[in-house]
Design a protein around this ligand. Structure first.
Ligand code: 6PG
Length: 244
């Protein structure tokens, strides 16, 4: 299995224990960041995999995490309104945000209801205001999913957004799904203290193997996630890891 020295790969028996492991990492990272600098800046991943994680955070960790010091961002968002079934924000709202006492001002959602360029501009301004820099900020934790084509966030194979070095977030078009999104860029992801990939299910076993063991790392956007100083943790359930 070819991985970088920074990759920590953990294989969990099933999706529930995968989510529980992710929740433990989330809570520990939050405790550490809040103790260290008074707040926890985290970017939530999209798609369907994080639902179990958000549900655990919104129930078991409802009173454990210091939610008033948690600053929520997203790795990406589809260009849809926040109440749309495809909205990454909606999933987090339904399972987590509506269940915990997090101040409204701590929620920095990508305004999917706006045109992608306008939404990206607004997201950049919100991040600059929060982090106090026009440069590349440092997230305490970034959660990422993995698509079967090796995309992560809304960084798709062959897309020009993979070359973006200056902006915090940019519009991104998904050819396979045929919709617009806004995504964090690779320099932001790679500047994080902790990056956790959450990957579940047999359908991901092939791409997981290609990225983590076949040495073809350069082909896939997820392979370009190589943190400058931070740590990558791959949380895989047994099915997703079945070709390793
Ligand atoms: C998105 C996600 C995307 C997702 C992967 C995995 O908005 O679609 O950010 O990167 O994490 O496609 O999606 P699933 O968890 O649904 O398999």
């Amino acid at each position: 299995m070819e991985t970088s020295l920074k990759d920590d790969i953990r294989i969990l028996p099933d999706p529930e224990s995968l989510a529980q492991a992710a929740a433990t990492i989330f809570a520990d990272a939050a405790d550490h960041a809040i103790a260290d600098h008074g707040r926890f800046s985290v970017a939530l991943s999209g798609g369907t995999t994080p639902r179990k994680l958000f549900r655990i955070l919104g129930t078991i960790y409802c009173d454990t995490v210091k939610w008033n010091s948690v600053q929520l961002f997203w790795t990406d968002e589809r260009s849809v309104p926040p109440d749309h079934k495809e909205s990454n924000y909606k999933l987090a709202y339904d399972e987590l945000i509506s269940k915990v006492s997090i101040p409204h001002g701590n929620i920095h959602r990508i305004l999917g209801e706006l045109a992608p360029a306008e939404a990206a501009k607004e997201y950049i301004e919100a991040a600059q205001s929060h982090f106090g820099t026009k440069g590349i900020p440092v997230f305490d934790l970034i959660l990422l999913g993995l698509g079967q084509d090796g995309h992560t966030a809304s960084l798709f194979p062959g897309s020009t957004v993979l070359q973006e070095q200056d902006h915090f977030a940019v519009p991104s078009y998904s050819e396979s799904v045929g919709n617009w999104r806004v995504t964090l860029t690779l320099p932001v992801v790679n500047n994080a203290v902790n990056i956790v990939f959450l990957v579940s299910g047999k359908s991901k076993s092939g791409i997981v193997s290609k990225i983590l063991s076949e040495g073809r790392r350069h082909l896939y956007p997820a392979s370009l996630v190589n943190p400058i100083k931070g740590q990558i943790t791959w949380l895989l359930d047994r099915e997703a890891a079945s070709e390793l």
